[in-house]
Design a protein around this ligand. Sequence first.
Ligand code: RET
Length: 280
Amino acid sequence: TATATPTHVAPIPSVLPDTPIHEFAGDAGKKTLWVVFVLMIIASAAFTALSWKVPVSKRLYHVITTLITIIAALSYFAMATGHGVSVHKITIRHQHDHVPDTFEHVHRQVFWARYVDWSLTTPLLILDLGLLAGMSGAHIFMAIAADIIMILTGLFAAFGSEGTPQKWGWYTIGCIAYIFVIWHLALNGGANATAKGPKLRTFFIAIAGYTLVLWTAYPIVWGLADGSRKVGVDGEIIAYAVLDVLAKGVFGAWLLITHANLRESDVELEGFWSNGLNRD
Ligand code: RET
């Protein structure tokens, strides 16, 4: 006849009107983070192997490209183990005509480790492309400066409050910075690559075009996921996972394998890396 509620059962609060909606990673998302971690480790090992027979003075692309996948592996390890993620508390105000405003609360995970990763790896990707095209240090530097602004404004946008300029304002600034990145790489990179001859020009257009398509997908995913929350956390993880593997792993393999087949002068490196006493 004892009908008392067992004390070890937590009350279910879902009937409360202000219970926040939770948008958290599920099993698919968590598994994806581990899978990409492993893929980035494999890519790093493969790129290291590709550099084995290349003299140190000609290994700059290998070093940059391997560093990109190592940083990605570290960032995915962080995210897979639950590091580099915060819960962003979002309040959405619904205005009504004759009744008081109502508020909806959403708690959504934001994986800020991505922005740490991107702030390091996107400059390195630009360095790869800039050196390949034979861009000057000045133009590479400006492209990287715009790129860092793009990533950091994206980080601020991700934690921006709904209904204030914090969110879409930062995002807009990030998109403008992105246009500068493309500007430098397409115009200056393109002109320099053309000056290096038809073979390098064709390759640069192909790999820079590929990069342009992939990179442009990132702000679109951001807008659908973090921005408007039409896509859940798992969808976001999977979309970025596919993009990261293509923009870092496939990009790197393509660059390094082509590097091996290009003429010396096509991929020659400037000053600081290769001018030494050549005692290696
Ligand atoms: C954000 C939001 C703010 C506006 C823009 C963005 C662009 C991000 C890009 C990321 C690229 C990442 C890569 C990672 C690793 O390979 C920050 C999403 C424009 C272009 C290539």
